[in-house]
Design a binder for this molecule. Structure first.
Ligand code: SF4
Ligand code: SF4
Length: 317
């Protein structure tokens, strides 16, 4: 008797794209004026793996995105403001929807902020700045982000506040969880002392990729999402359920995995709307913490019902 059994393909933890709500652009490529020790894509002044997206690259995608019903746009890098087209890109984007730009705020120019403040005033939509800062003092920030970066970033924060923006200060948790309340308190106190009277703060977990994998560790084999883990999980906590990212090398599933070849889903948005198997170590961090990439809002001040259990209150402040 032939005892050959059909080999069963392993089940994968597939996440469908429910709707393309958020569209990200790797507008700064992997080029950055800083070289942070925890950067999950190892951006630096020398890393040109991904290049800039210029205005002529972004405009047709905005049109395509509008037709697909995209609700908001995010710009990241590298440092987006090294891209000479960043200001006109944001001005154009505000005709299509709300825009958020993730920046280290060390290269901002007053004339750019004046233009962007006018663009936001003339738009139906909001422009948000997310400013990366990893400590409330030079002593706590600069060992991670580089000498002098605390003062340079805080100068940028002050420029943004004076221009009328309410930047979201984004800090990666490089301190023990039991120090969270104290650290958050020190951040808020410092920001108020520097003239930012209504500070907004978002605390992120570390992503064990790129430079951070070398600084601490990479993902362990057991740190993976299984299909069972998704059975009763609210997929809205995962960006890949609601978004995609456009780079100069094609469309990828999310900003965390642009250096993962299988996360490249196609050349154009239309080719990138299928499900994705969340089998990467970084997916496990998303699963544990949820909403890593989204902006905090009033409704997210505290974990809501159904938030991942391990999310701490200060992840969305
Ligand atoms: S973490 Fe941000 S500011 Fe630091 S090197 Fe990476 S992209 Fe640049
Ligand atoms: S890293 Fe997060 S957002 Fe990206 S594919 Fe994995 S679960 Fe989705």
């Amino acid at each position: 008797m032939n005892d050959r059994r059909e080999e069963q393909a392993p089940q994968l933890p597939l996440v469908p794209l429910a709707h393309l709500d958020q569209l990200w652009f790797q507008v700064g490529g992997t080029l950055c004026n800083l070289e942070c020790r925890h950067c999950f894509i190892s951006c630096s002044p020398r890393n040109r793996t991904f290049g800039f997206l210029r205005l002529q690259d972004v405009l047709p995608v905005l049109e395509e995105a509008a037709a697909l019903g995209v609700k908001e746009f995010y710009y990241t890098g590298g440092e987006p403001f090294l891209n000479p087209d960043m200001v006109p890109i944001l001005e154009h984007t505000l005709r299509y929807g709300p825009a958020t730009v993730l920046t280290n705020a060390t290269v901002l120019r007053q004339q750019w902020l004046d233009r962007l403040a006018r663009a936001e005033q003339d738009s139906l939509y909001s422009l948000e700045f997310r400013v990366s800062l990893d400590g409330f003092s030079p002593e706590t920030n600069d060992p991670i982000r580089g000498p002098g970066t605390f003062q340079r970033t805080m100068r940028g924060v002050e420029q943004l506040v004076q221009a009328g923006f309410l930047p979201i200060i984004t800090a990666t948790r490089t301190w023990p969880l039991q120090q969270e309340a104290e650290v958050v308190g020190r951040f808020v106190e410092m920001l108020k002392q520097r003239g930012y009277l209504r500070p907004r703060l978002k605390i992120l977990p570390t992503i064990h990729l790129g430079a951070e994998a070398r600084r601490t560790r990479g993902y362990l084999p057991g740190e993976r999402i299984t299909p069972d883990m998704l059975a009763h999980y609210d997929l809205n906590h995962l960006l890949c359920h609601r978004g995609r990212i456009v780079t100069d090398r094609g469309v990828y599933v999310c900003p965390l995995l642009i250096e993962t070849p299988e996360a490249r889903l196609g050349q154009r948005l239309q080719e990138a709307l299928g499900p994705f198997a969340v089998t990467h170590g970084a997916c496990y961090t998303c699963y544990q913490h949820g909403a890593i990439c989204s902006n905090p809002s009033g409704g997210e001040m505290l974990p809501s019902a159904g938030s991942p259990a391990s999310q701490s209150p200060s992840e969305q402040i």
